[in-house]
Design a protein around this ligand. Structure first.
Ligand code: 4GP
Length: 820
């Protein structure tokens, strides 16, 4: 694998102008005439010129890591959602104005050429975007950090809406190639699957194991660079791509079976072909387990290779490295490292286990039982036979310890066991991650508390010191400086520019909330952003929206616990109210939705359909369409989010309390001056503490009340009977009101809310939600009050910078130090 050059061989830093380099690359790297470059050529030329500058910095930073003998952080994540690169990289490297100068010459704006860039959708949502925010902060803080994941050929599907329904289209993000990604075809790693385990005895009679045979797939690195903000630091995310072990099988080819001969190659490449949508059906996921092992095994090879270069004893591995597991997806890394130490390095079990337990740290991102990963033992035994043996042995020793220390709790071992005995034996990956890690963290105060009290309660008693909280954060570079240019300028005018890397400075605008001129400027910025979004909606959906109406946005994955349904029930009731009281003056509102549903999650897809049917009806009703609009923006992704976030007045964060681990969308909206309507869930609670309870609209049942209500016996039919307005809405859904001629289109939704027991307490929170919305509409009308609240939201959000979060990980868990 390529490593940076030694100091004496290092090239000189570039000193030519960015534009000149871009032209040079158009001709010499792309092989295109550079006389009159069009926007594609300008884009690709700029990418290559920017990349050169990043690579120089990256190489010197890598040298520095070796020279300073730095401890390294490995951040393992099956998902990354970096968003588009060019603007971000220009901003971080301080090259924006040079880029503008170059583009002006050819009459292009940066916005125009950004259209050429394809956004990599290498993740489903929260956890993948968090990984990207953290990579940005790690580079900005100058940490010796390495991201690791998979270079999926197809990212998360592209969502189209046809006749109101979600249709999934392949996301071929690499169709034009991608120069931000540098493939490294030399020094591939062989990764084994299946095969058998052979036992042998070494000279001292110790039983040893050797995993042999099976299938081999090659792992090839593709590197994606992450510059820090104006600090000369560049890190890298290494994404593994599966390559065939043998190009094709010569014997079948010679026998005339051309297709058969390439089949093997296709099978191997499948491993990194496509990202699994989360919440998808659990069946048939052998490929997903293969993906997990594939990227983890290649990453561990990289880690061990670099460590061996240092010529240090093995017990120093955790002193020089730390591995953060982003969810349980990479937790097979624990038995993989054990296998390397035991079988390849011939280290004894006790020492190997000691090293492992000091190396790994695990972040949990969800408590939904269906998302806590398990793998059938039978599948593991076939696919990774040696790992299964190791897991059995880890479990045997762990349970022996538990029995010893908790003698009077005979049920405890089976509850904490790594392997569950049900009708089908499965490996519980979260238990493996907990037992094999020195740190386990949740992602908001409430979430961590729930992990302690409920989900991992038994483990808290066994490992009291391992559990800790790290409330999530977002990068202010992308989520304010880049996505909200007008507000950034206003902030910099009053605060100077340091807030970009020191977000606590936003506190200083608190006092400006009383300054009339500042409030006026603030409102103008917001209006500019809202007009930009209104133009986009006009272009994309062909619907005119009023930029002075309340822009009320719910943009996130579709999931029942996130309760887009609660939002749409309320919209229908507003519509009913307007129709019955045509003379009533109502604050104009535009409800905007964005988000994807997992392809096999039928209920979530029905909710998308319901929103679109309701939108069609409301937007075409001449009696209401001036005051009420409903918009569904298809194919929600990072770029769309960057457009929505700065234009939002009201941010919907309305999950059933106890279900949203943290949320990070809630942070992005509030940072940009939106007011949150939210439940006391995830990070909403902490946002309320920071921005002030007067500046957030928290409503509904808290987590304990949800539990109590369930325990007392919650009956949604009672609410249906007693709340006439709600009943009317539900009856409309259960008729052909929104789907003429098809009265059963939404009976699944109706039944889930009533006969199905309303698992996510939508009806229980309905009344409080509707009343809170009334308050919001009223307060929005008081412009002075609203703008003041908006300013105070931004002012209070400094804590939610990913720089703060990463610093906490660094100090409390990783023990790595900045190298700048
Ligand atoms: C998400 C959580 O649902 C969200 O609350 C949290 O903010 C985010 O992780 C980052 O911590 N979980 C996932 C997942 O994305 O796949 O479990």
């Amino acid at each position: 694998m390529n490593e940076p050059l030694a100091e004496s061989e290092a090239p000189q830093a570039r000193n030519s102008a960015l534009g000149e380099d871009a032209l040079w690359h158009i001709l010499y790297s792309l092989g295109r005439d550079n006389a009159h470059p069009d926007k594609h050529k300008c884009y690709w030329g700029l990418v290559l010129a920017v990349r050169d500058r990043m690579l120089e910095k990256w190489a010197s930073v890598q040298r520095q890591y070796y020279e300073n003998d730095d401890k390294r952080l490995y951040y393992l994540s099956l998902e990354f959602l970096p968003g588009k690169f060019l603007r971000e990289n220009l901003l971080s490297l301080g090259l924006e104005s040079e880029a503008h100068t170059f583009l002006r010459k050819y009459s292009f704006s940066l916005d125009q050429i950004m259209d050429v860039e394809c956004e990599p959708g290498l993740g489903n949502g929260g956890l993948g975007r968090l990984a990207s925010c953290y990579m940005d902060s790690m580079a900005t803080l100058g940490l010796p950090a390495f991201g690791y994941g998979i270079r999926y050929s197809y990212g998360l599907f592209r969502q189209e809406i046809r006749n109101g329904r979600q249709v999934e289209m392949p996301d071929n993000w690499l169709h034009e190639g991608n120069h931000w990604l540098i493939p490294r075809p030399h020094g591939l790693y062989p990764i084994r699957f299946y095969g058998t385990v052979h036992e042998w005895q070494d000279d001292d009679g110790t039983l040893r194991h050797d995993w042999r045979g099976g299938d081999i797939v090659m792992a090839m690195a593709n590197d994606m660079y992450v510059p820090g903000y104006r600090n000369g630091h560049v890190n890298c995310i290494r994404l593994w791509e599966a390559r065939p072990h043998k190009e094709f099988v010569l014997s079948s080819f010679n026998a005339g079976d051309y297709i058969g001969s390439v089949q093997e190659k296709i099978k191997d490449e499948n491993i990194s072909m496509v990202l699994y949508p989360s919440d998808d059906a659990p069946e048939g996921k052998t490929l997903r387990l293969k993906q997990q092992y594939f990227f983890v095994a290649a990453t561990m090879r990289d880690l061990v290779r670099r460590f061996k270069k240092l010529n240090k004893p093995w017990d120093q591995l955790p002193e020089k490295n730390v591995v953060q597991l982003n969810e349980t997806h990479p937790s097979i890394a624990i038995p993989e490292l054990m296998r390397i130490l035991l079988d390849e390095e011939l280290i004894c079990w006790e020492d190997s286990w000691f090293i492992c337990q000091k190396l790994f740290a695990y972040t949990n991102h969800t408590i939904l039982p269906e998302a806590l990963e398990t793998w059938p033992v039978e599948l593991m035994e076939r696919l990774l036979p040696r790992h299964m043996q190791i897991i059995y042995e880890i479990n045997r020793r762990f349970l022996e310890d538990v029995r010893l220390h908790f003698r009077d709790e005979p049920d405890l071992p089976s509850r904490v066991s790594l392997i569950s005995d049900g009708p089908e034996k499965v490996v519980r990956m979260s238990h493996l991650a907990i037992v094999g890690s020195f740190s386990i963290n949740g992602v908001s105060a409430l979430h961590t508390q729930i992990l302690r009290d409920r989900v991992f309660h038994d483990f808290i008693r066994i490992f009291p010191d391992r559990f800790n909280n790290k409330t999530n954060g977002i990068t202010p570079r992308r989520w304010l400086r880049q996505c909200n240019v007008s507000l950034s300028w206003l902030l910099s005018e009053h605060l100077g520019c340091d807030w970009v890397t020191d977000l606590d400075q936003l506190e200083r605008i608190r006092e400006l909330a009383d300054d009339e001129e500042f409030r006026h400027d603030w409102e103008q910025c917001r209006l500019t952003n809202k007009k930009r979004l209104a133009d986009h909606i006009e272009k994309r959906n062909g619907i005119t929206v009023n930029p002075h109406s309340i822009f009320d946005v719910q943009a996130k994955r579709f999931h029942e616990y996130k309760r887009q349904l609660l939002n749409v029930l309320h919209i229908i009731s507003l519509y009913n109210h307007l129709r019955k009281n045509p003379e009533v003056m109502m604050q104009p509102r535009t409800f905007i939705f964005g988000g994807k549903a997992a392809p096999s999650y039928w209920m979530a897809k029905d909710i998308i359909y319901l929103i679109n049917c309701v939108a069609r009806r409301i937007n075409s009703d001449p009696h209401t369409r001036n005051v009420l609009k409903v918009i569904f923006l298809a194919n929600y992704n990072i770029s769309l989010s960057q457009l929505l976030v700065p234009a939002t007045d009201v941010s919907e964060q309305i999950s059933t309390a106890g279900y949203e681990a943290s949320g990070t969308g809630n942070m992005k909206f509030a940072l940009n001056g939106a007011l949150t309507i939210g439940t006391r869930d995830g990070a909403n609670i902490e946002i309320g503490e920071r921005v002030g309870q007067d500046n957030i609209y928290l409503f509904g049942l808290c987590e304990q009340e949800v539990l109590d209500m369930r325990n007392r016996g919650y009956d949604p039919w009672e609410l249906y009977k007693n709340d006439g307005e709600l009943r009317e809405v539900l009856d409309m859904i259960n008729s052909d009101e929104f789907t003429p001629g098809n009265p059963t289109a939404f009976s699944g939704i109706f039944n889930s809310l009533l006969s199905g027991g309303d698992r996510f307490m939508v009806l229980a929170d309905y009344r409080a939600y509707a009343e809170t919305h009334q308050r919001i509409a009223h307060e929005f009308g008081d412009r002075e009050l609203w703008i003041r609240k908006s300013i105070l939201n931004t002012a209070g959000m400094g804590f939610f910078s990913s720089d703060r979060a990463v610093r906490e990980y660094m100090d409390d868990i990783w023990g790595v130090k900045p190298d700048v």
